[in-house]
Design a protein around this ligand. Structure first.
Ligand SMILES: *[C@@H]1O[C@H](CO)[C@@H](O)[C@H](O)[C@H]1NC(C)=O
Ligand SMILES: *[C@@H]1O[C@H](CO)[C@@H](O)[C@H](O)[C@H]1NC(C)=O
Ligand SMILES: CC(=O)N[C@H]1CO[C@H](CO)[C@@H](O)[C@@H]1O
Length: 407
C-alpha cells in the first residue's frame, strides 16, 4: 500500500504532468482557439478608419450570396445566392440539415459592375437561366473559367440524399448532403447556363469551394470537414480536420489529394499555378503545388485570422474575407436580420517581400455597419471597387475607394 507521502507525490506528479500537457496544448491548440478562432484580444477597427465609401445593396436576387466571381474582362459580377431563411435550415457545411427549410430558389445572379451607382446603391441584377438540368440546386462555392469556345461554371451542389433504389428522400441528419459538382456552360447572349454534366464522388466529402486548374479540366476542392455528419462534427472547427480533393471534369473522377486539412475553406489559384487554401481553424493559408495528382504543401502564410473565402485581384494580391470575432458570428447566424458580426477584408501580397508576407487590412468593420459578415470579398482594381457578400447576409456591400485627402 502506498504511504500518504507516496500518495501525495503521485498526485503531485499527476498534476505536474497535467500542467505540462495543458501548457503544451495551450501553445499549440488553445492559443489557436482563443486567438484565431475566437479572436480574443485583437483590436478590431471601425470602418471610418479605412479609405472606402461603402453601401449596402438590398435586392431579392442578392441575398445570402455565399460566393462571387468577377469577370474582369466583361466586367460582370456573378454571385451564388438564395434566401437567408434557406441558409438557416440547409448548410451542410455548418451542420444544418433541415431539407424542408430550403427555399429552392438558389440561383446565380449577375450584374454589370460599370452600371452601378454606389451612392444610391442602385443596380439591376439578373438571374441566369438554367437549361436541361434535371435536379435541384443548393449552391455554395463555385468557380468559372473562360475556355476556347465557352465560359464554364463549376458549381458545388449540396443535394438532399436520396435512396437510389426507391427515389425516396433519406434522412439528411443521418446521411448528410449528397454533394456534387455541376458543370454548366454559359451562353452569354441569352444569359443561360447549359447543363453539361455532374461530377459525383466519395472524395467530395464536404466540399466547400473549388478552383479550376490551368488546363480547364482539373479541379481542386476543399472538404471543410472529414465526414458528412456526426456528433463531433460541430467541434471540428476547434481542432480542424478536412482535406483537399482533386477531380477531372472529363472523366468525372475524384480522389483525395491532401489529408492534412485544418478546416480548409476558401481556395484560389495564382497566376503561377499554385493553390492558396485557407485553413480556417488554424488561422493560416497553405500553399500547394499539384504534383502527380497530389497537392504537395510548399509554403504557409500565418495570418492570425480565421480566413474564409479567397480571391485574387488583377494585381495578383490575395483578397481574403477574414473572421475577427467568431463568437459574434454565432449570434449573426441565429439573427441574420438584426445582428451583423464584425468583418475584416485582408490583402496579402502573393510573394514574400524581404522574406516576409505582407498582410494588410483593406477594410474592417468592427460595428457591422456596412459590411456583411463576409464569406467572400472581391476587388476590382480598375475602378477601385470592393464587393463583399455573406452566406447569411440579406444584402451585399459595394465599396468605392476614396482618394486620401492631401494635407
Ligand atoms: C425545418 O424547417 C421547416 C420549414 O421552415 C420548419 O417548419 C421545421 O420546424 C424545421 N424543423 C426543424 C427540426 O428544425
Ligand atoms: C447522389 O447524386 C448522384 C448524382 O446525381 C446520384 O447518382 C446518387 O444516386 C446520389 N446519391 C444519393 C445518396 O443521393
Ligand atoms: C465558398 C466558400 O468558401 N464558402 C465558405 C465561406 O465561408 C462560410 C462561413 O465560414 C463557409 O461556411 C463557406 O463554406
Amino acid at each position: 500500500m502506498a504511504s500518504p507521502q507516496g500518495f501525495w507525490s503521485l498526485r503531485l506528479l499527476f498534476w505536474a504532468a497535467l500542467v505540462l500537457v495543458f501548457s503544451i496544448c495551450y501553445n499549440q491548440f488553445l492559443h489557436t482557439i482563443l486567438f484565431v478562432t475566437f479572436g480574443i484580444g485583437r483590436q478590431i477597427q471601425p470602418i471610418e478608419d479605412f479609405p472606402w465609401a461603402c453601401s449596402r445593396v438590398y435586392h431579392p436576387l442578392l441575398e445570402a450570396c455565399e460566393d462571387m466571381w468577377l469577370d474582369h474582362h466583361d466586367r460582370k459580377l456573378y454571385a451564388a445566392c438564395t434566401t437567408v431563411e434557406s441558409r438557416q435550415g440547409w448548410v451542410p457545411g455548418a451542420n444544418k440539415y433541415n431539407v424542408s427549410a430550403r427555399s429552392l430558389t438558389d440561383h446565380i445572379a449577375v450584374f454589370d459592375i460599370d452600371d452601378l451607382d454606389p451612392e444610391s446603391g442602385l443596380l439591376s441584377p439578373r438571374q441566369l437561366k438554367i437549361s436541361d438540368y434535371p435536379g435541384s440546386l443548393d449552391l455554395h462555392g463555385f468557380d468559372v473559367r473562360h475556355l476556347d469556345s465557352t465560359t464554364r461554371f463549376w458549381l458545388i451542389n449540396h443535394k438532399p440524399p436520396v435512396d437510389p433504389a426507391t427515389g425516396e428522400l433519406l434522412d439528411a441528419w443521418t446521411f448528410g448532403a449528397n454533394s456534387t459538382i455541376e458543370v454548366f456552360d454559359l451562353d452569354k447572349a441569352t444569359e443561360t447556363l447549359q447543363y453539361v454534366k455532374t461530377i459525383a464522388s466519395d472524395a467530395l466529402v464536404s466540399p466547400n469551394n473549388l478552383a479550376v486548374d490551368a488546363d480547364g479540366v482539373g479541379l481542386v476542392i476543399t472538404n471543410d470537414h472529414s465526414g458528412k455528419t456526426g456528433t463531433f462534427r460541430d467541434f471540428e472547427l476547434l481542432y480542424g480536420l478536412g482535406s483537399l480533393a482533386y477531380c477531372r471534369t472529363d472523366v468525372g473522377e475524384c480522389h483525395i489529394a491532401d489529408t492534412k486539412g485544418r478546416s480548409p475553406n476558401g481556395i484560389a489559384r495564382s497566376r503561377d499555378g499554385l493553390y492558396y487554401v485557407s485553413q480556417a481553424s488554424a488561422g493560416l493559408l497553405t500553399i500547394h503545388q499539384l504534383q502527380n495528382g497530389q497537392l504537395k504543401q510548399v509554403d504557409t502564410i500565418p495570418v492570425g485570422y480565421g480566413i474564409d473565402n479567397l480571391s485574387f485581384d488583377e494585381d495578383g494580391n490575395l483578397i481574403a474575407a477574414a473572421v475577427p470575432d467568431a463568437i459574434a458570428i454565432l449570434k449573426n447566424f441565429e439573427h441574420p436580420h438584426d445582428v451583423v458580426a464584425p468583418s475584416t477584408i485582408l490583402s496579402i501580397s502573393p510573394k514574400r517581400v524581404d522574406g516576409k508576407w505582407e498582410i494588410s487590412k483593406a477594410i474592417e468593420d468592427s460595428q457591422g455597419e456596412k459590411l456583411p459578415f463576409s464569406t467572400i470579398a472581391i476587388h476590382d482594381t480598375q475602378k477601385g471597387l470592393m464587393f463583399a457578400a455573406g452566406l447569411f447576409a440579406p444584402f451585399i456591400t459595394i465599396c468605392e475607394k476614396q482618394d486620401i485627402p492631401q494635407v
